[in-house]
Design a protein around this ligand. Structure first.
Ligand code: ZN
Length: 277
């Protein structure tokens, strides 16, 4: 039993919020006030709706916060931290690590950490790559900096696993798996992310809330019935889930999960610390 759950719990739920705010749009090279305002909505409206909902249901969770968001909205990020939620690393200005060389990735990682440390007084122990685009250097850099967990990859759905480093990929030879590291991966999935399902994109988005609920509750129910010691991780964004009909869906899902006995609602750091080799 690798996940040492609190007594009576049979599975865990991690509602995670990526508080990208304006940084996501800047990283997409957007400068239009309209694009900026989409990020601003998360800070002006989304976060307070989320904090109220979490407080109403007595839930503590994890917010992944780019350093740029912490520097732009220090009062909001401090409030998130003061309410007992974990503030974890999410780049500086939402840079995709795949677009950075080694030196740039080091600089962004350390700059993000120092912005969060100024506000919380603690260094972050968890990391999520912006857009989930880890580079070939990311996991090694996290290990060197004593991060405890990452939440960016998808090799499992409900069971955390140890990250590998040193994989060798070739188009002409079999894939060579590297060594297992001490960094715990708490996996994510596109179908458990609000952005692709809900947010307006030229390629899609804007799903009906009933469709999203069906996907999310379907995955939760599967895990609850079939996966021992599973962890159900949702990736949500204040600027997306904060809209009226969507926050209603999230509350409906929370109520459903609350009605299932022995579910542990946890911060990612709690999951990582409960993991036993
Ligand atoms: Zn993000």
């Amino acid at each position: 039993m690798p996940l040492d759950l609190p007594s009576s719990a049979i599975c865990a739920v991690c509602l995670t919020f990526d508080f990208d705010a304006i940084s996501a749009w800047l990283s997409m090279k957007e400068r239009s006030p309209t694009a900026i305002s989409r990020g601003e909505f998360g800070a002006r409206v989304g976060v307070s709706r989320i904090l109220s909902l979490l407080e109403k249901h007595d839930l503590k969770t994890t917010f992944f916060v780019p350093g740029h968001t912490a520097d732009t909205y220090p009062e909001i990020v401090r409030k998130i931290h003061e309410k007992g939620h974990e503030v974890a690393h999410h780049g500086y200005c939402h840079e995709s690590p795949m677009d950075l060389n080694y030196e740039e990735e080091v600089a962004v990682l350390d700059k993000g950490t120092s912005s969060l440390r100024v506000l919380t007084g603690e260094r972050p122990l968890g990391y999520r790559a912006p857009s989930w685009k880890t580079s070939l250097n990311t996991l090694e850099l996290l290990l060197e900096r004593d991060f405890i967990y990452d939440s960016s990859t998808m090799a499992d759905d409900f069971t955390p696993y140890k990250c590998r480093v040193g994989d060798e990929a070739s188009l002409t030879h079999r894939f060579k798996f590297g060594r297992e590291s001490s960094l715990l991966e708490i996996p994510v999935a596109w179908n458990l992310d609000d952005w692709t399902l809900f947010e307006y994109e030229e390629s899609g988005g804007l799903s009906a809330p009933s469709k999203v609920y069906e996907i999310w509750v379907g995955d939760f129910d599967y895990m609850y019935r079939h996966v021992e010691n599973g962890v159900f991780t949702l990736t949500l964004h204040p600027q997306v889930i904060g809209r009226g009909h969507r926050i209603v869906v999230l509350e409906k899902l929370i109520k459903h999960m609350r009605n299932c006995p022995n579910v542990w609602f946890a911060r990612m750091i709690d999951i990582a610390k409960a993991w036993k080799d």
